[in-house]
Design a protein around this ligand. Structure first.
Ligand code: KG4
Ligand code: ZN
Length: 337
């Protein structure tokens, strides 16, 4: 079964063709990064306009790269939540029209579930497992009992993990997004130079929640102090200590969740899953099988959407043509048929 997957939830216009939820026949990722970089972040209006211009050629390229005809496609999967609504609507509206034109079912997909699914494109992974999604927009620790059976255990109460990397990177003068630049700089620094605190969360917040806003401010203050200082601090030490604090905070919750839930498998995804230190820490968890997607599948891509779309279709779950786009993650079940 060949599924075309369309992903336009943020600033990547990506379309892929995947066979049987596994074999990636094509995966075109057209990134808008250069367009948004001068603004130090994604400008929603520009993102949706650009998707409108790019969606048709990207779809055509994905079909051509896969070496198939439109008539070979069995279903049209598309991200409809969560994300920037204007951007989501471009992909969703296109997918509705396309599915109608080729008389194939439409499958509306959750972006978070798709990120978690990404590792399945390259590995055989049994359920249940702990899912960790850390990206520029999301930080979610979840128990996964099936491709769509998610129990969210923890999330961020303020900034997403990648967002904290990006904001710190901005103060270094690195371009947007700056996660990779911090990762590279941190490799040359001393992680123990600064002891940035792990915030204790207030009552009512979940045990596995994280918070990045205080850490980000502490690091930025330290950076400003460094710039006015004649001392012997080094910028790479601040980056390394920040990265340690940000990742340790997350991995502490992950370790606890694995123990509490009695799980022996960890599946990661999202842009921050590309982080060197995170991969190192995850790899050192005793008795835990770790699955990371390759770097191209960590960030937003159509292949993860097409991949999970196959499982919906195989279970005879397709979406109504009136399905909407949702900006928030709370609406997990809202648009299912
Ligand atoms: O999954 P993604 O492409 O987009 C969202 O859905 O947000 O993730 C992008 C995020 C950015 O915040 C970027 O700075 C971060 O992932 N990122 C990293 C690394 N590579 C990308 N953060 C830390 N270390 C990295 N190596
Ligand atoms: Zn994403």
């Amino acid at each position: 079964m060949k599924i075309i997957g369309i992903e336009t939830s943020c600033d990547e216009c990506s379309v892929a063709v995947v066979e049987d939820g596994k074999r990636v026949l094509s995966n075109v990722v057209a990134t808008q990064l250069d367009i948004h970089r001068p603004f130090n972040g994604v400008v929603p209006e520009i993102a949706s306009r650009t998707h409108t211009e790019w969606i048709w050629p990207v779809v055509m390229r994905a079909i051509a790269d896969a070496g198939i005809q439109k008539s070979d496609i069995d279903g049209v999967a598309v991200t409809n939540r969560p994300g920037l609504v204007g951007s989501l609507l471009v992909g969703l509206s296109f997918a509705k029209g396309f599915a109608y034109a080729i008389s194939r079912p439409l499958i509306a997909v959750d972006h978070i579930l798709a990120h978690i699914y990404a590792a399945h494109l390259e590995h055989e992974i049994a359920y249940p497992y702990l899912g960790l999604i850390a990206s520029g927009g999301h930080t979610i620790i979840s128990r996964m009992d099936d491709f769509d059976a998610i129990t969210v255990l923890g999330t961020t109460i303020d900034d997403a993990c990648g967002e904290a990397f990006d904001k710190v990177a901005k103060h270094y003068g690195f371009g947007y997004p700056g996660g990779l630049a911090i990762d590279k700089l941190a490799r040359m620094g001393n992680r123990g130079a600064y002891n940035f605190p792990d915030p204790s969360l207030h009552k009512g917040e979940h045990t596995y929640d994280v918070s990045y806003s205080g850490l980000k401010t502490a690091v930025i203050n330290q950076l400003h102090q460094f710039k006015n200082d004649e001392g012997d601090t080094r910028p790479e030490d601040i980056a390394a200590s920040f990265e340690k604090a940000a990742i340790d905070m997350l991995m502490k919750r992950v370790s606890k969740a694995l123990r509490d839930e009695g799980l022996q498998r960890l599946v990661a995804g999202g842009g921050v899953a590309a982080n060197t230190y995170l991969r190192e820490i995850a790899g050192s968890l005793p008795g835990v099988q770790i699955y990371f997607p390759s770097l191209k599948l960590c960030t937003d891509n159509g292949a993860m959407v097409a991949g999970i779309g196959y499982h919906y279709l195989r279970n005879n779950l397709s979406s109504s043509r009136s399905v909407n786009a949702y900006s928030r993650v709370d609406d997990f079940k809202k648009s299912y048929p």
